[in-house]
Design a protein around this ligand. Sequence first.
Ligand code: SF4
Length: 126
Amino acid sequence: MASKPLQGEQRQKVLAAVWNVLRANHRDLFEQDRLNQPGGIMTLDAHLDALVEMSRHMTADRIEPYLARIIDDICAHCAERDASGYCPLRHVNSCVLFSHARLILETIDAALFELGDPEYLASHGT
Ligand code: SF4
């Protein structure tokens, strides 16, 4: 069962942490003409709750299980993919969720730890 999504200030803190680390490392993502493109940086806000859910409960060291979960939990509901599940943005590595998945999820992990998120701490044995 899905856990309770972050609300208000806590959600904003996590989103800001991800945006800040992406802005520091991949400034091009924030160029005006890219901001609202499909698969662009605003995609993160739309799907933050699902990403937080993954971060709270997954502990894999490798990125592949996270990418598989993104396909199952996020791509499955995304308008960019076709009926067969094919996504042209994923194919050319231009969806931020895929092209920067490790950085995004590591940042969410750190933000949840800093917030003392009870579900994150319980799953990660801290
Ligand atoms: S990879 Fe494609 S289907 Fe998945 S979230 Fe990104 S744009 Fe949507």
